[in-house]
Design a protein around this ligand. Structure first.
Ligand code: 1HE
Length: 265
């Protein structure tokens, strides 16, 4: 295990690099198509549990020709019921660290984004897909079920019916059709995804930290509540955000014509 740039020690299947206020976490097991074994999932959890203070956003990507082939199928041996549940709960813990961690996360996708790889991508806040990316949920063919939070997160991204179809029929989607369907928000040319992801992450890193926290942690919880509770929580969050010193400075900057206007689309 190596540690660098103030990051926690990571297994050889993960590499972290600092780019100013943005960290890039790379799945680095290309010979196995970045299949996610227990050690890698543990490393993802450790990384997101201890993002260094200077890091304001994270980009996650994959080395080689594919983002991730999902669960490492060689580890699917003779698990009993209890250890099967425990295994899934470990994935949940790791991906919760991504979704509800301190900083926003941009996933840069290419090649296979399948099974647990798609579950990992779905736990990020923004997704960029290179044109080579394709999405699949081959759990059906393998005789298993999603276990990394996919039934919650992927179904919310693309809808329950579409997810059912993918799992029942093995249907795959490509990067371009994936944009209007919600798999990714951005499309990039092959090899350009990281550059796009970094640009987005740098923009995100420039936001007020409290706003980023509200967007990544409070917004999805509001969306899951009944309307009356959601509206109340929104009011509370709005008041908290407004009272932050950074908000006051940013509002003053705009009113005194020091801040940029919103550019047209
Ligand atoms: C693997 C895995 C893996 C590749 N676990 N070893 N995921 C899947 O069902 C996807 C299975 N993988 C594939 O369909 C293909 O590998 C890919 C489309 C992703 C890539 O194809 P390709 O031609 O580039 O690579 P390859 O020749 O198939 O694989 C290269 C090596 O990676 C090979 O090992 P080698 O020792 O023969 O060189 C493969 O065995 C190995 N490899 N994918 C282990 N997944 C929390 S629950 C989540 C549930 C799921 O994720 S289910 C979906 C599992």
């Amino acid at each position: 295990m190596d540690s660098n740039d103030g990051f926690v020690a990571l297994p050889p299947s993960l590499t972290a690099t600092a780019r100013g206020s943005v960290a890039v976490l790379t799945l680095n097991r290309p010979a196995k198509r970045n299949a996610l074994d227990d050690v890698t999932v543990g490393g993802i959890e450790a990384f997101f549990a201890a993002v260094p203070a200077g890091v304001k956003a994270v980009v996650i990507n994959g080395a080689g020709e594919h983002f991730s082939a999902g669960l490492d199928l060689t580890e699917m041996t003779e698990r009993d019921l209890v250890s099967g549940i425990d295994h899934s709960r470990r994935w949940h813990r790791a991906f919760e660290r991504i979704q509800y961690g301190r900083v926003p996360v941009v996933a840069v996708l290419h090649g296979a984004v399948v099974g647990g790889g798609l579950e990992l991508a779905a736990s990020a806040h923004v997704r960029v897909a290179e044109r080579t990316a394709f999405y699949a949920l081959p759990e059906g063919q393998r005789g298993i079920f999603v276990g990394g939070g996919g039934s919650v997160r992927i179904s919310r991204l693309i809808g329950v019916a579409r997810m059912m179809d993918m799992m029942l029929t093995g249907r795959t989607y490509g990067a371009e059709e994936g944009v209007p369907l919600g798999f990714s928000q951005y499309l990039a040319e092959p090899g350009q995804g990281l550059q796009t992801g970094l640009k987005l992450a740098e923009r995100i890193a420039g936001n007020a930290p409290l706003t980023n926290l509200a967007v990544t942690q409070v917004l999805p919880r509001i969306a899951e509540q009944d309307a009356a509770s959601g509206l109340m929580m929104e009011s509370l969050m709005a008041a908290i955000a407004q009272s932050d010193e950074e908000a006051k400075t940013r509002l003053r900057d705009f009113l005194e014509k020091r801040a940029p206007k919103v550019p047209p689309g």
